[in-house]
Design a protein around this ligand. Structure first.
Ligand SMILES: Cc1ncc(C[n+]2csc(CCOP(=O)(O)OP(=O)(O)O)c2C)c(N)n1
Ligand SMILES: [Mg+2]
Length: 736
């Protein structure tokens, strides 16, 4: 571990220290640094004015953070290194090459705003060509993605061929411009308050474990809105708290001093580029303009404290420094500032004339504009079911075919990496090599043998941290990899919810198609386990189908699982792939492995049992139960039920539902999740809305009771929809 501390008292003001570090920045660079810092501050001032004039709609200032931002921007390389900044990083972005005009375009919400086309607030940076990756608003959710970005870059360095797109493929790779450098660095920044987020600690752990080339820059202005650092961080110093992380290079620096900050960043970057591990730069800065325009810091900070901060203002200090060192005289400073003012005036005037985006563009880029997952590209037949000796191939379980599909896809596409909890065969690889153990490959064994076959940089165990699994995967996918990650139980997906809801699903839309992250998240879901109880039986798919930007599929049998998983992997959108635990090894729905090219388009339902009296719409583990009920009803009452397995929940196959209900005039929606506000509510509402004239009976639903799944099997049976519940509901509806 390397540690360098720059005493804030020594920087800039102290001659001996100054001359030691000044050498790192040339005279021209110092002038340039001042120009960038001054520009940054004046953009904030102009935006504040524009906000007061109601010409822009939000303002977030980078005031007080200019020196550390410029230092980072000068030490790192745009379009080569990767950047996950936060909202105070205006000066960093300017130093990397973002134009003031582009910032004002964001303020007015212009169609031509290169970061989001008017979709995101100002100071939410996104500039693909500079490698500034789209930023959201939750504090800290960028950090895990930055870890994934660093991992992605390193993976591509080790597997350069993965960056190629083999001739003849039609998949997501065609639409990813992959680039990487062997000594690239990923920058991620956050505030002092944000270091309290759990995801920050997950990211620090992952970066240290992987010795990743990433620089964490904590810009410590002493406050998180009104909460001071000693209330936020135990002991008041984040440097002290993180000092035990192995493999890190640490810097603590006066972030209002561009010279010391630049030197700190250079050391940090060198350490990362040399592959020694991650770096941590703790920069002490100030926040002279309140948290935002909605905040008035005078309510919680006395004048004396604010005055103390003002003494350290990086813009005035740097100006004084240039004067004192004879780098610029009064005239030179005035000239520089006049030039900046003139440039900003032109930029503001132009931005105020920019056109807003057209309202009809709002649905653009919710999903990939390049690959339509419902198209015939993904409609390929299964390979012949006969084996070479002419006998019918053995029927495989859903678990087996998922494993086989993953294996074939990994062979085809070197960009695929698989990770999650327990998914590796054995993390202590030597045990495998020496054949001391057979390997685990997942708690349900779905990934068994994959590490053994493809190596532990393609299939590996992650720490027990679900947000990290999804966040890291998102960062890797942004770089062009195809992470196929596993969440061990649906019941434990919730720590990853922020990453899914606010990041994974929004990245393409919010960056106006500047970035995308087509991750596949495989999740073991569902009950009917006899003893699974409340925390191993949850459904809850409607919470995810509610999210624009996410594809959700839920196969009920082996053949569909193979076809849909392959489509999920080759498509260009994030996919939640729900695997029902009870169906993994059921005898229902087994099938011969359909070969390495079998795909099913999303949004295409399957009619499991044709009928004419009543339509049942369902999916997942309710499919075999509904089939049993339908067959009994037909046998006993002569009622002919058309049973539809949706297979894919978003998009879903409205045409098949509509055609069936037009024929039967009766519809029942059945699902395993709790009844109220469930997935079936949407289907029922659509039928009532659009097929009202076709209906001879009310639309009915059968689902779980609005409670939790209990351990005692008698209770579980009473809670989850059983074949008899389905039978009675179908019978009643047929008689209505
Ligand atoms: C997850 C989350 N919680 C709360 C907020 C609201 N919020 C925005 S900024 C902020 C304070 C952040 O403080 P700090 O990390 O110190 O950064 P600073 O603004 O001081 O630079 C809060 C609470 C948010 N955006 N995201
Ligand atoms: Mg802060």
């Amino acid at each position: 571990m390397a540690t360098t501390k720059t005493d804030p008292k020594l920087a800039l003001a102290n001659g001996t220290r100054k001359s030691k570090v000044q050498g790192a920045l040339s005279r021209e660079q110092l002038i340039q640094a001042y120009r960038l810092m001054y520009t940054s501050r004046r953009i904030d001032d102009r935006e504040i004015l524009l906000k007061r004039q109601q010409k822009i709609y939000f303002q977030m200032s980078g005031a007080g953070h200019e020196a550390i931002g410029v230092a980072a921007g000068l030490a790192l390389r745009p379009g080569y290194d990767w950047f996950y900044p936060y909202y105070r990083d205006r000066a960093l972005c300017l130093a990397l090459g973002v134009q003031p005009y582009q910032m004002f375009l964001q303020g007015v919400g212009a169609a031509d705003d290169p970061s989001s086309g008017g979709r995101q607030m100002p100071s939410h940076w996104s500039y693909p060509s500079l490698h500034i990756v789209t930023q959201s608003s939750p504090t800290g959710s960028q950090i895990l993605q930055a870890v994934g970005c660093a991992e992605g870059g390193r993976y591509l360095g080790h597997h350069p061929k993965a960056a190629d797109v083999p001739a003849g493929v039609t998949d997501y790779r065609l639409f990813k411009n992959v680039s990487f450098q062997n000594d690239e660095v990923t920058y991620v920044s956050l505030g002092d308050g944000t270091s309290s987020e759990g995801e920050f600690w997950e990211a620090m752990n992952a970066a240290a474990l992987g010795k990743l080339p990433i620089i964490f820059c904590v810009q410590d202005n002493g406050y998180a809105i009104s909460v001071p650092v000693e209330v936020q961080t135990a002991g008041g110093s984040i440097s002290r708290l993180v000092s035990g992380f192995p493999n890190f290079h640490f810097e603590e620096v006066d972030g209002t001093d561009p010279v010391a900050s630049y030197a700190a960043f250079q050391r940090a970057a060198r350490y990362c580029r040399e592959g020694l591990g991650p770096a941590f730069v703790h920069a002490h800065v100030i926040r002279p303009y309140s948290h935002s325009l909605s905040d008035d810091e005078r309510l919680y900070r006395p004048e004396s404290e604010r005055e103390r901060d003002a003494q350290r203002d990086p813009v005035t200090r740097t100006q004084m420094y240039l004067l004192r060192e004879g780098i610029l005289d009064d005239k030179g400073i005035n000239q520089l500032e006049k030039e900046v003012e003139a440039e900003l005036q032109v930029a503001v005037d132009r931005a105020l004339e920019a056109l807003p985006p057209p309202p009809e563009s709002v649905m653009n880029f919710v999903y990939s504009p390049d690959i339509d997952v419902t198209s015939s590209t993904f409609d390929t037949p299964p390979a012949t079911e006969s084996s070479s000796d002419g006998k019918k191939a053995t029927a495989k379980t859903m678990a087996d075919v998922i494993n086989g599909t993953l294996r074939d896809e990994m062979k085809r596409d070197e960009r695929i990496v698989i990770f999650g909890e327990d998914v590796a065969d054995c993390s202590r690889e030597e045990y495998l090599r020496q054949k001391l153990v057979k390997g685990k490959g997942g708690v349900f064994k779905l990934t068994f043998g994959l590490q053994n076959e493809f190596g532990n940089d393609r299939v590996f165990n992650s720490p027990l941290a679900e947000a990290a699994i999804v966040g890291r995967a998102t960062g890797m996918a942004t770089r062009g990899l195809k992470p196929v990650v596993e969440i061990q139980f649906f019941d434990y997906i919730w720590p990853a919810m922020m990453q899914i809801r606010d990041e994974l699903t929004t990245i393409r839309w919010r960056s106006n198609n500047g970035f995308s992250c087509p991750v596949v998240i495989r999740v073991a879901i569902g009950g009917y386990l006899t003893g699974g109880a409340i925390y191993h039986s949850q459904c809850g798919e409607s919470i995810f189908t509610h999210l624009p930007g996410l594809r959700v599929v839920f196969p009920s049998n082996a053949l569909d699982a193979a076809g849909l998983l392959r489509t999920a992997i080759r498509c260009d959108d994030p996919v939640l792939f729900l695997e029902h635990k009870r169906l993994y090894r059921e005898s229902y729905g087994r099938a011969a492995y359909p070969g390495p090219e079998y795909m099913i388009p999303f949004g295409k339902a399957k009619i499991v049992h044709p009928g004419s009296d009543l339509t049942v719409i369902t999916y997942g583990a309710v499919v075999p139960r509904a089939l049993q009920a339908a067959q009994k009803l037909e046998r006993e009452q002569g009622v002919s039920v058309e049973l539809i397995d949706l297979r894919s929940l978003n998009p879903f196959d409205w045409d098949t539902i509509a055609a069936s209900v037009a024929k039967t005039n009766r519809a029942l929606v059945a699902y395993e999740d709790t009844l109220s506000w469930g997935y079936g509510a949407e289907i029922a509402a659509r039928i009532a809305d659009q097929l009202f004239d076709q209906l001879d009976a009310p639309v009915r639903r059968v689902a779980a009771k609005d409670t939790f799944v209990a351990y005692q099997p008698i209770l579980e049976d009473a809670i989850l929809p059983q074949p008899n519940d389905l039978y009675l509901a179908m019978k009643e509806l047929a008689q209505y």
